[in-house]
Write a protein that binds this ligand. Structure first.
Ligand SMILES: Cc1ncc(COP(=O)(O)O)c(C=O)c1O
Length: 388
């Protein structure tokens, strides 16, 4: 029996990844039990239980397990009425799935910039944008919020702005399972929220996602659409165009094991975050993105570097770590700069561009412990000594 199934090779010189999966015997036991139960299908008791457990954890009435976070975003947008002729407001600093899901519906994404402190949507830009869209006669199907790196968007300010405009919020909490904001769980703020269980997320089903909502009618519709919109009759009858997006029962069993271990995995990521924060506290021209947010699940720790003050660039640190087989990643390239989304309307202040130019995500996984963690910090310290 091995203790870790990814990144578990014993060599001290192994490559250190940004955010690898953290799975072991608990996951193995539940997956094997699901297979032995005979429910090797996109339905079954583990899927039902996993949905219930995630809904309970998040404090939402209902949940639907699907094949990816992207599939969950697509269904969420369909459910709130995104379609050709409508507009969806999308934070420009995000992973491309947020914007792509909008285009799958035929709606038009309009990008908005971010708050430089957190990388989350800049709420100050929304009232004028929503007002302008209304005056032009555009129907806004949704405002999307992305909880970047596990830090929740500023919902205390965002929700009233969207409510006043009569526009639902779709919460892309792909990175934020287990995070809280003012005592409430990420995923529970919008009309509908989604999570990703991709291999690099805080917990994984290897690939998978979940959609959560308080709205039972919306959830029933999403569940039906996720299984090709099959009507409940003996033969195959379809009145709507559906999708093959359901999560499999075996992967749900993996998810149930991960959920049991979620708090421990968050604590380990938080310990790394605190260690990075301590190390960089005395380094001029650096800050941790979204630092000080006690509710964050600390999914990724990203460092923002002002080269004029620090005397070095984020990319220099990335190159130094890469030379020691340690993975890092630049911050997300904003959507309004992506060739696939060029030409879309974008309301920008330059904040996301600056974070892209100056941000670097550091190894943050919950498997990064002991000698491996020490190695990362030693290599970073070496770099800092050289650039003092
Ligand atoms: C913000 C964000 N939205 C959506 C997704 C898509 O999730 P998935 O990879 O499960 O499709 C991801 C991650 O991959 C993400 O980081």
């Amino acid at each position: 029996m091995v203790d870790q199934y990814c990144g578990g090779r014993p060599s001290p010189a192994r490559r250190i990844h940004l955010s690898p999966p953290d799975v072991g015997p608990t996951e193995e036991a539940l997956v094997v039990a699901a297979m032995r139960s005979g429910w090797v299908a996109p339905a079954g008791p583990d899927l039902d239980a996993f949905e219930r457990e995630v809904a309970d954890r998040v404090g939402c009435g209902y949940a639907v397990g699907v094949s990816s976070g992207t599939a969950a975003l697509h269904l969420a947008l369909v459910a709130v009425g995104a379609r050709p002729g409508t507009v969806v407001v999308v934070p420009t600093l995000t992973f491309v799935a947020t914007a792509n899901a909008v285009t799958y519906t035929g709606a038009e994404p309009v990008f908005v910039d971010c708050d430089p402190a957190t990388g989350n949507v800049d709420v100050d830009l929304l009232p004028d944008l929503l007002d302008d869209l209304r005056r032009r006669g555009r129907r806004v199907a949704a405002v999307m919020a992305v909880d970047i790196n596990g830090v929740c968007a500023d919902y205390a300010r965002l929700l009233p702005v969207c409510a006043a405009a009569g526009v639902p919020v779709v919460e892309d909490s792909a990175q934020a399972l287990g995070s809280t904001y003012e005592g409430r769980h990420a995923g529970s703020f919008g009309r509908v929220g989604i999570f990703s269980f991709n291999g690099n997320k805080i917990m994984t089903t290897s690939s998978g996602g979940m959609l959560v909502s308080e709205d039972s009618v919306l959830i029933s519709r999403v569940r039906r659409l996720s299984t090709q919109a099959r009507e409940p009759v003996a033969h195959y009858e379809h009145r709507d165009i559906g999708y093959n997006y359901r999560l499999s029962n075996v992967l749900a069993a993996l998810g149930r094991a991960q959920l049991r271990r979620l708090d421990g995995m968050i604590e380990r990521r938080r310990a790394l975050r605190e260690r990075y924060a301590k190390l960089f506290a005395s380094v001029p021209g650096t800050r941790i993105l979204g630092d000080g947010d006690a509710g964050s699940n600390c999914w990724l720790t990203s460092l923002v570097v002002e080269p004029a003050t620090a005397g070095w660039r984020a990319a220099d640190l990335g190159e130094h770590l890469a030379a020691h087989d340690i993975e890092t990643r630049p911050m997300f390239k904003p959507m309004h700069r992506q060739p696939a989304h060029l030409g879309r309307r974008a309301v920008v202040t330059g904040a996301a561009d600056r974070l892209f130019a100056s941000g670097i995500s550091l190894p943050s996984g919950s498997t990064l412990l002991g000698a491996d963690a020490d190695r990362v910090f030693q290599v970073v310290e070496e770099f800092l000594v050289r650039h003092r």
